[in-house]
Design a protein around this ligand. Structure first.
Ligand code: CMP
Length: 140
């Protein structure tokens, strides 16, 4: 059975462009509730660790540099079938391929600066949520 939690980050392009509030509104309008939320900035070591699964990809260095370039908002979200439902709301990784009405279609500028991250599985949602939030914060 699909889980009811996912993890997101609003990325530096979106926080820097003043889109944070609009993106949070879209997430709430889509029926998600925020279980934990944090405004912060990743260090290089943080970003390398968070995206370790992509370490052999040609874009890893660019991704780490980009994700440390400004503030991000990390959050744990709750809704039935959260991972799939959130990925539908944000749209394709490449905003050029994202469907009308999706967050990336509205706010992303490129495949790297793609406005938001969404976990790709229940397992990764739990791992990514623990990266930013304590056990107590995750279970409030
Ligand atoms: P995200 O959902 O955060 O997960 C991995 C990220 O890598 C992805 O969003 C993109 O921002 C980034 N990414 C994926 N493919 C590329 C690419 N070809 N060039 C640059 N960044 C990429």
């Amino acid at each position: 059975m699909a889980g009811n939690k996912t993890f997101t980050m609003i990325k530096p392009d979106a926080t820097g462009a003043g889109h944070t509030g609009k993106i949070i509104d879209k997430i709430i309008e889509a029926g998600f509730s925020f279980k934990a939320m944090k405004w912060t900035q990743l260090t290089t070591a943080d970003a390398q660790q968070f995206y370790l699964v992509h370490k052999d990809r040609p874009f890893y260095g660019e991704l780490v540099e980009y994700m440390t370039s400004g503030p991000i908002v990390a959050a744990i979200l709750e809704k039935d079938n959260a991972v799939a439902s959130f990925r539908e709301l944000i749209g394709a990784t490449n905003p050029a391929e994202a469907a009308e009405g999706t967050i990336r279609k509205m706010f992303a500028t490129s495949i790297a600066a793609n406005a938001v991250h969404g976990s790709d599985s229940d397992e990764n949602a739990a791992i990514e949520g623990s990266f930013f939030f304590s056990q107590r914060e995750r279970t409030l």
